[in-house]
Design a protein around this ligand. Structure first.
Ligand SMILES: [Zn+2]
Length: 157
């Protein structure tokens, strides 16, 4: 079984399951393949995205990548995939830490200042209670609640 990321001409992205690459090509050429959202018959195969590039913050996507060795168990995340995800996540987290200012418990206050233009725009990170985070989101302040790995909480060199 082959899982392909497909896209119609209206940029709807969806997943297609095929017996093989040839099966996909065949269904495509015979017009059997249409977009599930708009029924568009112009379907292209997307290049398989590199796992967790910085634009993609949904680790779940990588789990859908079929592993060639075990084609029957695409639902199971093998230990190596898990390890890779963890490594990729650490990389992303490190980058976030390198590019943001740690404002600690003053996060909500600082985020508001940036949002209302009281201080220059910059990336910040810090601690906020769930209530503070909710209030920020309600005010339209762009925040991304996330948990950084414990290992990275030490100051970086
Ligand atoms: Zn479509």
């Amino acid at each position: 079984m082959k899982v392909l990321d497909l896209q119609c001409s209206r940029q709807h992205v969806f997943e297609g399951w095929f017996a093989s690459e040839e099966d996909f090509t065949h269904q495509c050429s015979t017009g059997l393949l249409t977009c599930p959202l708009c029924n568009d018959g112009t379907i292209i195969k997307m290049l398989s995205a590199p796992r967790l590039n910085l634009g993609a913050t949904r680790p779940a996507e990588a789990e859908k990548t079929p592993t060639p060795e075990t084609p029957q168990s695409t639902d199971v995340v093998s230990p190596s995939v898990e390890h890779e995800l963890q490594a990729a996540w650490l990389k992303v987290a490190r980058r976030i830490m390198a590019e943001t200012d740690d404002v600690g418990p003053k996060f909500a206050e600082e985020a508001r200042k940036i949002h209302y233009g009281e201080v220059p725009e910059r990336g910040i990170r810090g601690q906020a209670t769930p209530e503070q985070t909710r209030a920020l989101i309600e005010e339209g302040v762009a925040v991304l609640p996330m948990v950084l790995p414990e290992a990275l909480k030490e100051p970086l060199q």
